[in-house]
Design a protein around this ligand. Structure first.
Ligand code: HXC
Length: 519
């Protein structure tokens, strides 16, 4: 064979590999409104930047006549490329080859790309679209999954790991995405469950559809498994690019600070009036977030899950930060089980990857009740406390209004090594709200007063006295628990100054194998 023929053979094989399971299956994929594995990579990465590995890998299975059915690449496309010029490693499961099912060699390809991402210290993005373990292979594919899981675990906190679910992801296969930092799902075509509707019906008798059991909407709102829900794949892939822009390459690097022309000293006058006179009146915390950050750009995570707390990424003068903020517009911003878990995971992510944390506080306390207690609010609340207390990244807290009780301590207070703790003049830092306090302190006296008018007057007087004493930030500032009381319209400037002053912060936790966060 001449050299030219050899080159031609290579080109032909590449063309064959690029067709995955063939034109018909590609068309079927498109009919479902789905892109192919390669199209997804093309959209995700900078144009022309993708370098593929293992295009010529085929499976070695001989069960059920499988030796006669081979496809170049064996159902997963792997390699590296760039996003805005920064290297990322990717794998993209190809549903057109045996339904994207995982064989021994398929797993080896994913493991190779994971190992390379770890060696290079670069983020790993996995696009999932798979019928799970390749049924014809049996136990080798189970072992393959476990090889991937172990790598997910060891890479956790070392390189950012992101999963997009653009098709089925069922059975034990769900645990690889679950071990990664972020999961994205689409509204249609994307589902995750440990056991599908048929097994559910057999075991429990419950009738449930695929969508209601494990569709994107469910996981983005009810279970919290998915961090991002998008209408369609293209939007999702663009969002992944955006997400990467806030993250460092690995745990030893800082996130990239970009040029910003948004003035650092821009005054937002309306913030001076945003807190309603009535303490029970809600407002939307995202209005405050988008006012103070660069160009009003806020990448919210878990937008539809535990809406009483808001978390996400933004920038201040080009410096990426993680924002955690109570949301008075939903359940008055109370801390419950879901909100605590959501924020704790986010705080830990930021701390793992050197992303400073900005906390905006307006919290009436922990949600009371047997449902919360039986569900373990003590343990879950402790998660958030632990995450904040353990975090060594710069931590700036601004208390806007309520900061009551245990929730005050949890929300990045000074004693949990908050670096800068600011408060607006509207802040109320106390053990509890005025009405609750009067009930407890004067319960016996209140029970003795029969006349309703007299009772109301008594309550009002004592509430006033309590508010005078505690419903302000000055008491906390007098102890130095609050570093400064700031004008709301100046918040952006004070945060940026704070971040600048903390850029060289060094704080190290005591040596240990690892902590024992209350899981
Ligand atoms: C081998 C598979 C496969 C699998 C699908 N295919 N799943 N081949 N192993 N796990 C093949 C089909 O035979 C078909 O081949 C092609 O992929 C497309 O599948 P369809 O069924 O035609 O597609 P669709 O109708 O869209 O249904 C998709 C699906 C369904 C819902 C994913 O294929 C399905 O239920 N698959 C089995 C899912 C499953 O039970 N997996 C094991 C889970 S347990 P042809 O040649 O006809 O195109 C597991 C354990 C992991 O994964 C444990 C880790 C610890």
């Amino acid at each position: 064979m001449s050299s030219q023929d050899k080159v031609k053979k290579l080109i032909d094989l590449r063309t064959e590999a690029k067709l995955g399971g063939g034109v018909k299956r590609i068309e079927a994929q498109h009919r479902k409104g789905k892109f192919t594995a390669r199209e997804r990579i093309e959209l995700l990465l900078d144009e022309g930047s993708f370098e593929e590995f293992d295009m010529f890998v085929t499976h070695r299975c001989t069960n059920f006549g499988m030796e006669k059915k081979k496809f170049l690449g064996d159902g997963v496309v792997t390699g590296h490329g760039t996003i805005d010029g920064r290297v990322v490693y990717v794998f993209s499961q190809d549903f057109t080859v045996f339904g994207g099912s995982l064989s021994e060699t398929f797993a080896q390809k994913i493991c190779k790309v994971m190992d390379m991402a770890m060696k290079a210290g670069a983020p790993l993005i996995g696009i999932n679209d798979s019928g799970g373990a390749r049924i014809q292979e049996g136990v080798t594919s189970l072992a393959g999954y476990a090889e991937i899981f172990e790598r997910n675990i060891l890479a956790s906190g070392v390189i950012p790991q992101i999963s997009a679910i653009f098709g089925p992801c069922a059975g034990g296969a769900v645990y690889s995405p679950a071990l990664t930092d972020f999961i994205m799902m689409t509204e249609q075509n994307s589902y995750m469950f440990v056991t599908g509707p048929k097994v559910v019906k057999t075991v429990t008798g419950e009738n449930i559809s695929v969508e209601d059991l494990g569709g994107g909407k469910i996981h983005a709102s009810k279970s919290g498994v998915a961090h991002f829900l998008v209408d369609e794949e293209k939007e999702g892939l663009m969002l992944l690019r955006k997400l990467i822009s806030f993250l460092p390459q690995n745990n030893l690097e800082d996130p990239i600070v970009t040029e910003s022309s948004d003035p650092i000293d821009r005054l937002d006058d309306y913030l001076n009036e945003i807190i309603p006179e009535n303490p029970n009146q809600p407002y939307d915390i995202t209005d405050i977030i988008t006012t103070i950050v660069d160009y009003s750009e806020f990448l919210e995570i878990h937008r539809n899950y535990a809406k009483n707390i808001v978390v996400g990424f933004a920038k201040f003068d080009g410096q990426p930060v993680g924002i955690v903020a109570n949301q008075p517009n939903y359940l008055a911003g109370v801390l419950d089980i879901e909100a605590s878990r959501k924020a704790a995971r986010f705080v830990r992510f930021c701390d793992s990857f050197n992303i400073p944390i900005i906390t905006l506080v307006d919290v009436p306390g922990f949600l009371p009740g047997s449902k919360q207690e039986y569900g373990g609010i003590i343990t879950h609340g402790a998660k958030l406390m632990f995450a904040y207390g353990e975090a060594t990244v710069p931590k700036i807290t601004v208390t806007l209004r309520k900061s009551y009780g245990g929730a005050h301590d949890v929300m990045s207070c000074k004693q949990l090594r908050g670096d800068l703790n600011y408060a607006w003049p509207t802040a109320e830092i106390a053990v509890m709200g005025a009405s609750g306090a009067v009930e407890v302190l004067h319960g016996r006296k209140l029970a003795e007063i029969e006349d309703p008018e007299e009772k109301a007057k008594f309550i009002a007087n004592h509430e006033e006295e309590y508010k005078e004493k505690f419903a302000n930030p000055f008491e906390a500032a007098a102890y130095g628990y609050i570093d400064d009381i700031i004008e709301p319209r100046n918040t952006r400037f004070r945060i940026i100054r704070g971040l600048q002053s903390l850029a060289t912060k060094k704080l190290v936790n005591p040596p240990k194998k690892h902590s024992n966060i209350p899981l």
